[in-house]
Design a protein around this ligand. Structure first.
Ligand code: PGA
Length: 253
């Protein structure tokens, strides 16, 4: 059975005081995660050190929302993977569609970041997804295949044992428009097939593929029940302890 991973992407929400409140509430709401489930929370950079302290011994792992492809240097405003590790991060979200859309991140750049994360022992959660325009043009499969190929370029089978892919249709992020379970399953299956082609089926069968885009307590169970959906990357609904806890519960009903 594949590991289900429920990750919470806090985006640019929660200062340190709010982080303390939310993590305190999360730890109370989720004293342990069900067997076969992992949960990662990804607060903004300024809250990571505090979150790392507060989460020690808890059911949650910690992740960043982005990192530099460089080790260190004169890169104003950037944060390195080593810095993430030093405050207790286990994982990092890479290539989120908001990074691609607003900050020009390409598959090539996301690939460089993934390689760096893996070299440092961070689990990369690599995001792919089509825009509404691409879905309407009926080129979803093509877009996803190109993204998967690009972001995984040069990664070894050993690397792939740590990689998580998050399928996030851009039209479903923050819009309340969730992909139907069948739409999600179709793309997840395509991603697994693509990975099997690049590596092999045994490896592809073990890959955790999360769905992201308006996952809420009331739609999580149905989406997570799909064969090839192995977790969720949650935005809006992870900012409240009770709704994030309900989604974690829905992972293994
Ligand atoms: P959402 O965000 O759950 O608010 O749609 C998901 C994401 O962007 O990771």
């Amino acid at each position: 059975m594949r590991t289900m991973i429920i990750a919470g992407n806090w985006k640019m929400y929660k200062d340190v005081a709010e982080t303390r409140d939310l993590i305190t509430a999360l730890k109370a709401a989720v004293p342990s995660v069900p067997a076969g489930v992992e949960s990662i929370i990804c607060p903004p950079f300024t809250s990571l050190a505090l979150a790392g302290e507060l989460l020690k011994g808890s059911a949650f792992q910690l992740g960043g929302q982005n990192m530099s492809q460089h080790d260190e240097g004169a890169y104003t405003g950037e944060v390195s993977g080593k810095m993430l590790k030093a405050v207790g991060c286990d994982a990092v979200i890479l290539g989120h569609s908001e990074r691609r859309q607003y900050y020009g991140e390409t598959n090539e750049l996301v690939n460089l970041k993934a390689r760096k994360a893996l070299a440092l022992g961070l689990r990369p959660i690599i995001c792919v997804g089509e825009t509404l325009e691409e879905r309407e043009k009926d080129i979803t499969a093509q877009v996803i295949t190109t993204q998967v190929k690009g972001v995984l370029s040069g990664l070894t089978p050993q690397d792939m044992a740590k990689v998580v892919i998050a399928y996030e249709p851009v039209w479903a992020i923050g819009t309340g428009k969730v992909a139907s379970p069948a739409q999600a399953q179709e793309v997840h299956q395509l991603i697994r097939k693509q990975v099997a082609g690049q590596y092999d089926w045994a490896l592809a069968e073990k890959l955790t593929i999360q769905y992201g885009g308006s996952v809420k307590p009331d739609n999580a169970a149905e989406i997570l029940a799909q064969n090839d959906v192995d977790g969720a990357l949650v935005g809006g609904a992870c900012l409240k302890a009770d709704s994030f806890a309900a989604i974690i519960k829905a992972a293994r009903p």
